[in-house]
Design a protein around this ligand. Structure first.
Ligand code: URA
Length: 435
């Protein structure tokens, strides 16, 4: 078998065998396939697509390229949630202490961000002292002890995904359905949980631009997950404007804390967190329907138990839980610049990507894996889509440590807001659930 023949087969639109996919991934891992060959194959996949069988073979080969976590007796009861990525998405941070407080063990491995803001791990590391470099045995022991652990994913799991993703990133082949599906599902399988909930985003701030594309991606992921014996649900959600009001790192943790304190009970973050928690409880057979599960979830928040679980998680992972009661303990910023509206009206749309670019310019994200993140910088959105605004009122606040960067971010934030005379129709957050 030769790599060039596999590229030729895909170029012609032929279906790969399991042996061909295994050979390709082995060649990637042992260095006998050159990066340009893998890149050519990725582009052929981008245009020709893959069947469900091919996507399942690829997923399985990526899982076998590294270690697979054995959660032992916990595997059947643990929930793992994954988002395909969105601007301001802090739902993992609101959800995991909440689920743990509901009695559902959560073992979550997350990535560091290479996007406009940090990933979940970076956001958590904005809490002074919080460490995420847990070994797998430590993680399992922590889940047994306090019901929740969150660790940074290492190259030991699905290293083939790491290599493929790096090439996809620089060859404009990220937004291919079979490649996203195999990347996401392989990581979830290698993480060891039997119950998986996927948040599949569509919209201007997501890889999938339309709900129809997100449905197709979800159907593939659910099919592969089931083929590989997982209990898997995909929830298709909109990502047309940033999720919640905070975009950055510590600002997002503060918003998550406000939710866990019971101070945010309406809007996208609250709605999605309630829905994901309720779906998880139903998926695990703890509640018969999402309505009764949601009622319980809300009680767990108002009792203070979800917040206390977050406090326990922070303390156990070495962080300063004092941040919960005193936000000045987060990394400080020098400037808070308010972008004011120049007219009366309604917020018609907020371009998530533009806000994200602004945040990246401020230093909230990284270009290269080795770049440092400025944890305190970010954007707080004062007026969300559908909200009325008067001339002179603040649309958003830019938190920055550098005056020049503030001006560049301001340009993007200004462009992000579209105002109108009439109140726009705000669409449902959840488009469809696929089981
Ligand atoms: N998230 C992933 O983990 N992989 C992709 O390919 C896209 C989003």
């Amino acid at each position: 078998m030769r790599v060039v023949d596999i590229i030729e087969a895909k170029k012609q639109g032929r279906e790969h065998t399991k042996e061909e996919i295994d050979f390709l991934i082995n060649s990637l891992m042992n260095g006998t396939a050159a990066d340009y060959q893998i890149s050519a194959w990725l582009m052929a996949v981008y245009f020709q697509g893959m069947t469900d069988d091919e996507t399942a073979y690829l997923t399985d080969a990526m899982v076998r390229s590294g270690e697979v976590i054995d959660l032992g007796e916990l595997a059947g009861s643990v929930i793992d949630k994954h988002s395909t990525g969105g601007v301001g998405d802090k739902v993992t941070i609101t959800l995991i202490p909440l689920l743990a407080a509901c009695g559902v063990p959560v073992a979550k491995l997350s990535g560091k961000g290479l996007g406009h803001t940090g990933g979940t791990i970076d956001k958590l590391e904005s809490i002074p002292g919080f460490h995420t470099g847990l070994s797998i045995p430590d993680m399992i022991a922590q889940v047994k002890k306090i019901g929740v652990a969150i660790g940074a994913q290492t190259q030991k799991l699905t290293p083939a995904d790491g290599k493929l993703y790096a090439l996809r990133d620089v060859t404009a082949t990220v937004d291919s359905r079979p490649l996203i599906a195999s990347s996401v599902v392989s990581k979830k399988i290698a993480s060891g949980a039997d119950n998986i909930i996927l948040d599949v985003k569509y919209g201007s701030g997501a890889f999938m631009k339309t709900p129809e594309d997100a449905v197709k991606l979800s159907e593939i992921m659910v099919k592969i997950g089931k083929k590989l014996n997982k209990n898997i649900t995909a929830v298709i959600t909109s990502m047309d404007e940033p999720l919640g009001r905070a975009v950055g790192n510590s600002v997002e943790i503060i918003e998550a804390i406000e939710f866990l304190k019971g101070n945010i009970t309406e809007g996208d973050i609250a709605e999605l967190t309630y829905d994901f928690a309720a779906l998880s409880l139903v998926q695990l057979g703890k509640y018969p329907d999402t309505e009764s599960a949601k009622k319980f979830v809300k009680e767990v928040i108002s009792s203070g138990n979800a917040l206390e679980k977050f406090r326990e998680l922070i303390i156990t992972q070495g962080g300063d839980a004092g941040v919960i009661d005193d936000y000045t303990k987060f990394p400080p910023v020098k400037y808070a610049y308010e972008l004011k509206s120049d007219r009366d009206g309604y917020v018609q749309h907020i371009d998530a990507l533009k806000i994200a670019y602004g945040c990246k310019l401020l230093g909230a994200g990284r270009e290269k894996k080795t770049d440092d993140i400025d944890y305190g910088v970010g954007v707080f959105i004062n007026k969300k889509t559908g909200e009325a605004v008067k001339a002179g009122e603040t649309l958003c606040i830019i938190y920055s440590n550098d005056e020049k960067k503030t001006q560049s971010a301001l340009k993007y934030c200004k462009e992000a807001f579209t105002l109108s005379d009439t109140k726009p129709v705000v669409h449902d957050l959840i488009y469809e659930i696929i089981k």
